[in-house]
Design a protein around this ligand. Sequence first.
Ligand SMILES: Cc1cc2nc3c(=O)[nH]c(=O)nc-3n(C[C@H](O)[C@H](O)[C@H](O)COP(=O)(O)OP(=O)(O)OC[C@H]3O[C@@H](n4cnc5c(N)ncnc54)[C@H](O)[C@@H]3O)c2cc1C
Length: 531
Amino acid sequence: MSVQRARTLLPTVWRACTAHAQHCVHASALVTDTTAPQGGAHLQHRFFTPDSPLRVVVVGAGPAGCYTVDRLLHRYKDAVRVDLLERLPTPFGLVRFGVAPDHGATSRPVVERFTRLFNDPRVTLLCGAPVGGGGVPVSQLGSLYHAVVLAVGAPGHKPLHIPGESSLRNVCSARDFVAWYNGHPEHSHSPPVDLKSGAHAVIIGFGNVALDCARLLLRQAAGLAATDMPSPVVGAFVTSTIRHVTLVARRSAAYVAATPKELREVLHLPGVTCSVHNAELDADDQNALEAGPRQHRRALEALLAAASHPPDAGAHGGDARTLRVVFLRSPVECLPRAEDKQSVGAVRLRANKMSGPPDRRVARPVQPGAGGVEDDVLAADVLLSSVGYAGLPFDSDVPFDAKSATIPHAGGAVVHPDTGEPISGLFTVGWAKRGATGIIGTNLTCAEETVATLLAHADAGRLPEPSIRDCAPADRVAQILHALGVKVLTRDAWTKLDEAERARGQAAGKPREKMTSLSDMLAYAETCIKG
Ligand SMILES: Cc1cc2nc3c(=O)[nH]c(=O)nc-3n(C[C@H](O)[C@H](O)[C@H](O)COP(=O)(O)OP(=O)(O)OC[C@H]3O[C@@H](n4cnc5c(N)ncnc54)[C@H](O)[C@@H]3O)c2cc1C
């Protein structure tokens, strides 16, 4: 959808909304928003009624998309219909394919809450329904709905940009590793690294995703059998020979990105001994630690306390495992194994020094030899890079800011990057909007902002009127996808898949046994529908 199209639409939209407002003025009582400021219903409620509802399509059924649906229903009551389009056969985004399998207590209540939304008669869920790329173009959605909300997440990852990263075996992004251990159908065919290649894993990065990977590599794998981790993946962890994990942090110990709770969980794993390197703080670091977020102090305290415990070797039948945290180092090169030049065997790390003004200190590399600091070479039979997920350009109709890897926006309204002008009827939310930061709950606040902006645009008559109104928009979307050869799963088909996974899980003593092949999932769903 171009800015020009938005501008040409605007006068028509104004006329449509004004006429509609006169027509529907008495309907406002039906949809009074109890959360509205004193005075009762918002202005836009006169425009949208149960008979002529606001039609919104949300693209992406991860937390941001689901919270957006939730907020829209809350705000507009019966005067809204929301279609939720998800490109994969299953909803929930990173709640299913990101949150670690041994953190079921985190994902379970979220899944239950979102599932209730899918059963709401005002909501239509279509899975296997991609938008952009080989799916429905965003511009076509623009002719079916008043508003399109892009909640497509940040599916890429930030590369390290070092030699050997893409050429050597057993080097991969945490994103691919996480997707594999969670049974993502596009990553489940084979493990991205060989967990039997040796004893040493190095993880570049020290955030919560890095901790998830470290915890799963170090924990006693038998406990994973009772999680929803796919059985073949559990098998790979059970036979893993990895015993020593090193986490490499670019910045000093004053800036621990991992949260204290998640850190303690890995520090307290049975049989794991912890050590910390280069954790000394200079005066500026001390000031930064004191002035910075409390969680940095708590995380560092937890780390230093764990490192002060004597080694636990031998306590677990000789199966001792170690966690090492190295601060102020960045990788500069992946090195091959002596006996197999195709696979990684080590990683060269360069020292960093924190510098810059107190509120904007950054880690800068120290040239080898300067100040007596040389490069370190760490054994790495497996190397995971966990320096962040990143947004990817989505569709030619949608602007993308390559620097922040996000969709440019003002309060959730997608804007033209050059002019800052909102693109009529186009909104964004979640990781696609803010970048890959924040926990599941952060997306609720984010969705509230986007929905408030959408509401303001509706109030101001700035939403385009759908030009196609001859059938339910979700039916039209399904027809478009059908014509493209894409099999769409309705909510009922997804429910059958869900039930089948749970039943298989129950038989194996776990919450669910995920289906991990795209073709199997689609074939199963089709059988259910036909049956
Ligand atoms: C490894 C990992 C572990 C995490 N663990 C936790 C945790 O334990 N606790 C916690 O609170 N937070 C956790 N988080 C953070 C949390 O998962 C995110 O905050 C949240 O998932 C972001 O929501 P989102 O909806 O923006 O993106 P996503 O969850 O990525 O959802 C985006 C959805 O859009 C769909 N989509 C993408 N492109 C298209 C398209 N073209 N057409 C249609 N659909 C599309 C995707 O398939 C996906 O379902 C974790 C994150 C990661 C990466």
